[in-house]
Design a protein around this ligand. Structure first.
Ligand SMILES: [Fe+2]
Length: 127
């Protein structure tokens, strides 16, 4: 099937409110937009952990430290799920993190993470 027919078929499928799976054919711009949006969300989850993590040692009791650690761990998990979604679309976590660190990914998050540069890494599967 040529590109024009694929696009037409894709649009008809989407217009019928069907769901597109990661391995389905989709226009390259559509895939890139999905990856950019999901990656930005993943980055925001991980970046959200940074200021919260700074407060763990300052929490006044063990119980409150545990609550805060749990919250930070939750955010790591959210990031991990979203990075995994990007991987199904064809881009691995390390690449996305490198793009964030280098400022190549078009996101304001880079301005937020600059003070933390070098401290951020992709959540591992072993969380
Ligand atoms: Fe979250």
């Amino acid at each position: 099937m040529n590109e024009e027919k694929l696009l037409q078929s894709f649009q008809t499928y989407v217009d019928a409110e069907n769901k597109i799976e990661a391995k389905d054919w989709m226009p390259e711009g559509y895939r890139k937009t999905l990856i950019r949006q999901i990656a930005q969300h993943a980055h925001s989850e991980v970046v959200g952990m940074l200021p919260e993590g700074n407060w763990i040692s300052r929490a006044p009791s063990l119980r409150r430290k545990m609550i805060l650690i749990s919250k930070v761990q939750d955010e790591a998990g959210h990031g991990l799920y979203l990075y995994s979604a990007c991987e199904t679309l064809g881009v691995d976590r390390d690449t996305l993190i490198q793009e964030l660190h280098s400022g190549n990914q078009n996101t304001l998050l880079y301005l937020i993470i600059r003070p933390y540069h070098g401290q951020i890494s992709a959540p591992s599967d072993g969380l």
